[in-house]
Write a protein that binds this ligand. Structure first.
Ligand code: FAD
Ligand code: NAD
Length: 396
């Protein structure tokens, strides 16, 4: 019989872990594995808020996939997936076609705009290396414009929509960057406004209230203005309209209001909620034993009956489990159920500041900021060992 073909779509947290575990577990000629990704690099989504604000470089945020994968064991294909055809067991790429026996969909998420008018068109989003380059350049350009357009205030007003973890981590970095930008462009720092708008009754909904309060205190001191309990209703070329009718003029709108699964998932005909498929306990699509969905495109319910939040942590653990189950399927062995092991949540609040919950312990300030670095370094170690930690890690 011929060798089974495994195709992995996406080399983010879930896809890289799946590929690395497969290359370790599979014997010679046991399967043909192909990893497809749009770029030749893997990027650290969890770090994107820094290059977006300009407080760290792109090079600390990505690594060449060929450094993480043994190309004698796995075929790397740099291409953009266009369509998944389950009936023909084929994936259509921008420049070719791949057929599979087993498919892993690890394409990540996309910004969810909830149909809010103007957001698609006028707001920037933190989603990839290319999108954060645009944010960084856009911010710098607004400072230059301010000086050339009669000090028009909208150029140095910044609106961040959504105070979830992405919004909070980004406004913290942006606030840290403002003093340097002001110096460079001769702008009075007291003129700059950063608004973080949140529809829910609190920032970081669901997170420990005392840590939320701490985060808001730290960020307010850095110059962030919070608007909590009020939704963005419309986005304009030069501002936003809130549910209260209030308009905030700003030339920069960054949308961090939530994410959904990749649109290719719905287009493939799977039953999905906001682009996410409720996979079975082995991470397979119901009715498709040979198709796995992991990471932001998957929906799993925790023991309390609520969906797990889409995080890098869960995507990595799903990648490991998915690789195990692929090997089991090929060897006609028993697959294992996915069991999430929560290592905690750590969020940065800019330089030297942070909040964290690990088990039932809560941390803030310097300790939490150090924990954030530990989490980042642990990830670098898992995917690339000590050389990658030394190359991409941030020790200070
Ligand atoms: P991704 O890591 O997004 O990978 C998807 C891959 O697929 C990418 O490489 C992409 O280029 C590729 N791809 C997409 N479409 C195509 C296509 N059509 N063709 C080919 N390739 C394609 N989670 C945490 O646990 N901790 C954190 O601290 C944290 N911080 C975050 C900070 C920010 C600013 C953001 C935005 C998210 C953060 N998250 C964090 C969430 C976390 O990043 C995601 O849950 C995680 O990246 C999901 O992993 P994934 O494998 O599903 O997708
Ligand atoms: P999110 O869904 O967690 O937060 C989006 C926020 O935007 C919500 O609080 C929501 O109420 C708000 N919102 C929605 N519509 C709005 C509107 N019209 N106007 C104003 N506010 C609105 O999204 P996220 O922050 O991008 O996070 C996505 C996932 O990534 C989550 O699972 C999160 O836990 C994870 N993440 C984790 C970290 C970390 O652990 N450090 C950092 C970033 C993201």
């Amino acid at each position: 019989s011929s060798i089974p073909k495994i195709v992995i779509l996406g080399a983010g947290y879930g896809g890289i872990l799946t590929a690395q575990r497969l290359q370790k577990a599979l014997n010679y000629n046991e399967a043909d594995v192909t990893l497809v990704n749009r770029h030749e690099y893997h990027y650290f989504t969890t770090h994107l808020h820094m290059p977006a604000a300009g407080t760290d470089s792109i090079e600390h945020t990505r690594v060449s996939i060929s450094k993480l994968i043994d190309e004698f064991k796995i075929d790397l294909v740099k291409s953009s997936v266009q369509e998944i055809r389950t009936q023909q067991k084929k994936v259509i790429l921008e420049d070719g076609t791949l057929s599979y026996d087993y498919l892993v969909i690890a394409l990540g998420g996309e910004p969810e705009t909830f149909g809010i008018p103007g957001l698609d068109k006028y707001a920037l989003t933190i989603r990839s290396i290319n999108s954060v380059r645009l944010i960084r350049e856009h911010i710098e350009y607004q400072f230059a414009k301010y000086k050339n357009e009669n000090n028009a205030q909208e150029h140095i007003n910044f609106v961040v929509g959504g105070a979830g973890f992405s919004g909070i981590e980004f406004v913290a970095e942006l606030a840290d960057r403002i003093p340097a930008l002001c110096k460079e462009y001769d702008v009075d720092p007291s003129m700059v406004n950063i608004y973080n708008v949140e529809a829910a009754p609190t920032a970081l909904p669901g997170f420990a209230p005392e840590l939320v309060e701490h985060a808001m205190t730290v960020l307010t001191k850095k110059g962030v203005t919070f608007k909590i309990g009020v939704a963005i209703k419309e986005c304009l070329p030069n501002g936003v309209i809130l549910a209260t009718g209030e308009e905030i003029k700003a030339s920069t709108i960054v949308w961090t209001g939530g994410i959904r699964g990749n649109r290719l998932i719905e287009a493939a005909g799977f039953e999905a909620m906001r682009g996410r498929v409720k996979v079975d306990e082995y991470l397979r699509v119901p009715g498709h034993e040979n198709i796995f969905i992991i990471g932001d495109g998957s929906l799993m319910i925790n023991p309390e009956g609520r969906p797990y939040p889409p995080t890098a942590q869960i995507a990595m653990q799903q990648g490991e489990c998915c690789a195990f189950n692929l090997v089991a399927a090929i060897r006609s062995q028993q697959p294992k159920k996915f069991a999430f092991s929560n290592k905690g949540t750590v969020a940065s609040l800019g330089k030297g500041q942070g909040i964290a919950v690990v088990g039932d312990k809560k941390y803030r300030g310097w300790t939490a900021a150090q924990l954030k670095k530990v989490v980042d370094m642990r990830y670098l170690f898992i995917i690339g060992g000590i050389p990658l930690v030394l190359k991409k890690g941030r020790f200070f």
